[in-house]
Design a protein. Structure first.
Length: 79
């Protein structure tokens, strides 16, 4: 997150206001999902998380590449 200049507030906003665009049911040790949302500065942001009964686990967060994603950043472009 530090290398990508993504703050905890960015992560929280993305999770709270974004939408799940991909489920990874077979991930181990817990299923995870990809959330597409916005940073606090309204920049497109992707966050991958998983959860159990007690915690939400942040796996990764990144700014999606516009060359690889559609305008809404919720579907990969065909190549």
């Amino acid at each position: 997150m530090v290398e990508r200049s993504i703050s905890v507030d960015d992560i929280i906003k993305c999770i709270n206001t974004g939408k799940i665009i991909k489920q990874y049911e077979d991930d181990k040790p817990l299923p995870s999902c990809l959330i597409s949302g916005k940073s606090v500065n309204d920049k497109a942001l992707h966050v991958v998380v998983s959860n159990d009964e007690n915690y939400i686990y942040l796996i990764t967060a990144y700014y999606p590449n516009p060359e690889l994603w559609n305008e809404e950043f919720d579907e990969r472009k065909e190549h």
